[in-house]
Design a protein around this ligand. Structure first.
Ligand code: SF4
Length: 363
């Protein structure tokens, strides 16, 4: 069974789509800073972090300058699972999460004793927006016989309603594990990732209907044309991309799995279907290779993301400095909710420790 349930039944623009657009309108790109100004900000932030015992944790999709600052200052760059783990295990009093809201919330849930700040609290995610707790909870109640598995890209309240929280690096393994136990799955919110898991594992899954606005823009026809231009290139794709794109990929995996596959690939040209922010790390780990962004909007189409998450792009040196200086943009999660959300999160972390994560495909 692979049934997609829309969170809004109307054929007109759904309420969730309208809501996503409203958030998109507020996602203003920060000003581009010259090199000298960047240097000054980096020095001031590093000094302030030392004084305040703070550590910066950045996602691969954030600006290259923030990724460099995180690594140069003893912080961390990674995918959402690795970010959460680093935040939990480091001895800082303050965590600054450069990413989107659900990442800040996960950091707070895993490290309740730490102060978690974000450069901006406006940075969100179309998957989180399109899975509101009231509708999702009602959906779970209607299918109470199913094990509820939610993607990390959800609010703390949605996580608290779930049996399992997973990231894209671990989702296949968790669903396979549940299938072996004879469980049926209710999956939310990303329909493309859910459909990919269902096809790969054969699990009985009921899917919530939401998508990432960045990965949904990758187009299979454009990718086929690109393959003609680069016939020897490997294609690496994130599983939030549409199924036709995934079918063309040599490797489907999370951001970390894509980076590892690029490093190990024998190919010198690599087409990548995920947010362009990852190119910074790809170029660092495999400087001899040529990385090409997979095509997004087709001819005459309008692209809303162009492989750059508008919300990840809201994180900047300026906003980071302001937040750290004033201890503003603190992420707060109700403690009862956090305790409840911690249960499925901890289940994932324990599962990750006990299982070797796999990369599907060859590049
Ligand atoms: S890239 Fe997509 S899934 Fe990631 S934060 Fe942006 S909208 Fe959400």
């Amino acid at each position: 069974m692979n049934q997609i349930i829309s969170s809004e039944s109307s054929t007109a623009l759904s309420a969730d789509t309208v809501l996503v657009r409203k958030y998109l309108d507020r996602a203003v790109r920060p000003a581009v800073l010259d090199e000298e100004t960047q240097k000054t900000y980096k020095a001031n932030i590093t000094q302030l972090m030392r004084q305040k015992n703070a550590r910066l944790v950045a996602h691969y999709y954030t600006d290259a300058v923030l990724q460099d600052l995180a690594e140069e200052s003893g912080g961390f760059v990674g995918d959402s699972l690795e970010m959460a783990r680093f935040g939990r295990d480091c001895d800082a009093e303050i965590l600054i999460v450069a990413g989107v809201k659900f990442m800040g919330e996960s950091a707070k849930i895993l490290s309740p004793e730490k102060t978690v700040l974000m450069p901006t609290l406006e940075a969100t995610c179309s998957l989180d927006i399109a899975c509101p707790i009231d509708k999702f909870s009602a959906f779970c109640d209607q299918h109470s016989e199913r094990t509820v598995v939610v993607y990390a890209n959800t609010s703390a309240a949605v996580k608290a309603r779930a049996d399992w929280v997973v990231t894209s690096s671990i989702a296949l393994d968790v669903v396979e594990h549940l299938m072996e136990q004879g469980k049926k799955v209710l999956w939310a919110p990303d329909k493309h990732l859910g459909s990919y898991i269902q096809k790969t594992t054969g699990a009985d899954m009921l899917l919530w209907d939401a998508a990432c606005i960045v990965h949904e823009e990758f187009k299979v026809r454009g990718l086929a044309d690109m393959r003609k231009l680069y016939p020897n290139a490997a294609i690496l794709a994130h599983p939030e991309s549409p199924s036709a794109v995934l079918e063309m990929a040599d490797v489907v995996g999370s951001t970390t799995q894509i980076i590892n596959a690029a490093k190990q690939s024998e190919k010198s040209e690599i087409i990548v279907a995920t947010d362009q922010g990852i190119f910074h790390k790809l170029q660092q780990v495999a400087p001899e290779k040529k990385f090409i962004i997979a095509p997004t909007a087709g001819v005459e189409a309008s692209c809303r993301s162009c492989a750059q998450c508008p919300w990840m792009g809201m994180n900047s040196l300026e906003s980071l400095y302001g937040s750290l200086q004033e201890s503003s943009n603190e992420v707060c999660v109700d403690s009862a909710l956090a305790t409840q959300a911690m249960i499925p999160l901890q289940r994932m972390l324990d599962f990750a420790v006990n299982n070797q994560l796999k990369v599907r495909g060859k590049a």
